[in-house]
Design a protein around this ligand. Structure first.
Ligand SMILES: C[S@@+](CC[C@H](N)C(=O)[O-])C[C@H]1O[C@@H](n2cnc3c(N)ncnc32)[C@H](O)[C@@H]1O
Length: 209
């Protein structure tokens, strides 16, 4: 359910990623140390990783996704922007018990807009993988729409949720409290909750210990 178009130079392009990359970067700047290594889960078109890598140049970035369909576009995006701090994208399924990435541990694991467009088991998979790979003091950042018990759901998110569920019964906007349960079971806790434009949240998860 990622609306992908082609840019003038034919690269896969998400209008939503283009809109939200700067607000997300602004929060990342407040959270992250000067340098570190980041793993991106479900990188999609690569617009986020290209933007963050250009603006946080002392960080190195490893984009990954479930399928390699958009990897050629991501390579072009990285090369055209002359980004030397982004590794070529790699396949990674959060449901796998061993994430095939070279650099461990991770200072940041970043995942945008996957939890509601993947089966619910992916949430537990993401949390387990993050708990395995996060450096001490490292952060998992998830971004996207959530339902929350004590916050009325916007009309837009209610409609989006219905559209998702009609398209695939395994999809749907997740309850933040349910995501917290999965995190807790994996040994993580919700450290910070940021309200973001268009009724999205940016959630920061850290080790419980
Ligand atoms: C809506 S796109 C989000 C892309 C990008 N992060 C963004 O915000 O524009 C959802 C992404 O989740 C990925 N995804 C779905 N199931 C996954 C899984 N089991 N493991 C890793 N990624 C998965 C899809 O391949 C897709 O790239």
């Amino acid at each position: 359910m990622m609306e992908i178009a082609m840019t003038m130079n034919e690269l896969a392009f998400s209008a939503a990623a283009e809109r939200n990359k700067q607000p997300i970067l602004e929060v990342l700047r407040t959270l992250l140390p000067e340098e570190g290594h980041a793993l991106e889960i479900s990188c999609g078109t690569g617009q986020h990783v290209a933007w963050f890598a250009a603006h946080l140049p002392l960080w190195t970035w490893q984009p990954t996704d479930l399928t390699a369909d958009l990897f050629p576009d991501i390579m072009v995006r990285i090369t055209e922007a002359r980004l030397v701090n982004v590794q070529p994208p790699q396949l990674l399924n959060v449901l796998s018990d061993a994430w095939p990435i070279g650099h461990e541990p991770q200072d940041l694991i970043y995942n945008a807009n996957m939890l509601h467009i993947a089966p619910w088991a992916c949430c537990a998979g993401l949390m387990r993988g993050a708990a395995r790979l996060l450096a001490p003091g490292g952060r998992l950042v998830t971004y996207g729409p959530y339902l929350e018990d004590e916050v009325p759901t916007s009309e837009g998110n209610l409609k989006f949720d219905a559209t998702l569920r009609a398209q695939n019964p395994d999809w749907g906007i997740r309850r933040r409290e349910d995501v917290e349960d999965q995190a807790r079971a994996a040994g993580l806790r919700l450290a910070v909750r940021h309200s973001m434009p268009a009724n999205n949240l940016l959630l920061v998860w850290q080790r419980s210990d």
